[in-house]
Design a binder for this molecule. Structure first.
Ligand code: CP
Ligand code: NVA
Length: 305
């Protein structure tokens, strides 16, 4: 049984297989063909945090593949103490072929993996956002088919999105750099684990965004205050102000560089309006690719192909 809790779970061959499925299914979808590879399958989603892209892209993906989706808030599922998490996992797993969870704690997703008896996917936790990073590399390779050796520069908080982006760079052999205020870098613990899985991965950390983006092929950012950090919003807005992605910063990267953001974007904070609508911005095709990637992931995980 296959699960996706973080990109540490997958081999680089697994990543290639998921991307191959996603690309093939995207081409077919755009040509008007929808193969029912998951006919009759049930996707259950339980989210502790809001979502537009993740929730809808997974449900749309499952519908296009011939299956059905069910959505529950954490409250409806009983996460607030109606019964134990293990019991919820066992019951929900009995109705589902795959469960997507959006949580604060990574450990809760591990509990589901251990008790649900069906496939489990991390649809974002405080630690990781693996499906985002898989869709990101799908998007990057549409512009730079040979992603190996390309330079991906993340400007912003060393958060769930940054960690998963670093790991996907490890899987495909891209270079990764992060520009963030000191104190918001990737932790030593994470770096050690990443280096153990990907001995050739280079991760540069700096508090100098203009130096970081030299020779960059991709400039990527995310919100400065993630879901659950709302009370730090004002303090972070001040600390991160020099790290806003502006046209000047984008102009300092390679000529054919692209701008990416997992979205939602706080225009005027981590990125300017001007950059969001710059021809180098690929944020909306990136968002659309969440659905194509979800289809690839379901095909890889669930379909008998
Ligand atoms: N990028 C992303 O995960 O968006 P949502 O929070 O809207 O799902
Ligand atoms: N880092 C952000 C990503 C949102 C998709 C958060 O966790 O809120």
């Amino acid at each position: 049984m296959k699960h996706l809790l973080s990109l540490f779970d997958l081999s680089s061959e697994d990543v290639r297989d998921v991307l191959d499925f996603a690309r093939r299914l995207k081409q077919e979808t755009l040509a008007g063909e929808r193969r029912p590879l998951c006919a009759g399958k049930i996707l259950s989603q339980v989210f502790e945090k809001p979502s537009l892209r993740t929730r809808v892209s997974f449900e749309a993906a499952m519908s296009q593949l011939g299956g059905s989706g069910i959505f529950l808030t954490a409250k409806d599922a009983g996460f607030e103490g109606r019964e134990t998490k293990e019991d919820i996992a066992k019951v929900l797993g009995g109705y589902s072929d795959v469960i997507v969870l959006r949580t604060f704690s990574q450990q809760l997703i591990e509990t589901f993996r251990d008790h649900a008896g069906c496939s489990v996917i991390n649809g974002l936790s405080d630690d990781y956002h693996p499906c985002q990073a898989l869709a990101d590399i799908l998007t990057i390779e549409e512009h730079f088919p040979e992603s190996e050796g390309r330079k991906v520069v993340y400007v912003g908080d060393g958060n769930n999105v940054a960690r998963s982006l670093a790991l996907i760079c490890g899987h495909v052999g891209a270079q990764f750099a992060i520009a963030a205020p000191q104190g918001y870098w990737l932790t030593d613990d994470f770096l050690k684990k990443a280096k153990t899985k990907f001995p050739n991965l280079t991760i540069e950390q700096t508090d100098q965004p203009f130096e970081a983006v030299q020779n960059a092929d991709i400039i990527y950012t995310d919100v400065w205050a993630s879901m659950g950090q709302e009370q730090e919003k004002d303090q972070r807005a001040k600390t991160f102000a020099p790290f806003q992605v502006t046209k000047k910063l984008l102009d300092s990267a390679n000529k054919d560089a692209k701008f990416m953001h997992c979205l939602p974007a706080r225009r005027g904070l981590e990125v300017t309006d001007e950059v969001m609508s710059d021809p180098r911005s690929i944020v909306f095709p990136q968002a659309e690719n969440r659905m194509h990637l979800a289809k690839g992931l379901f095909a890889w995980m669930l379909a008998d192909v």
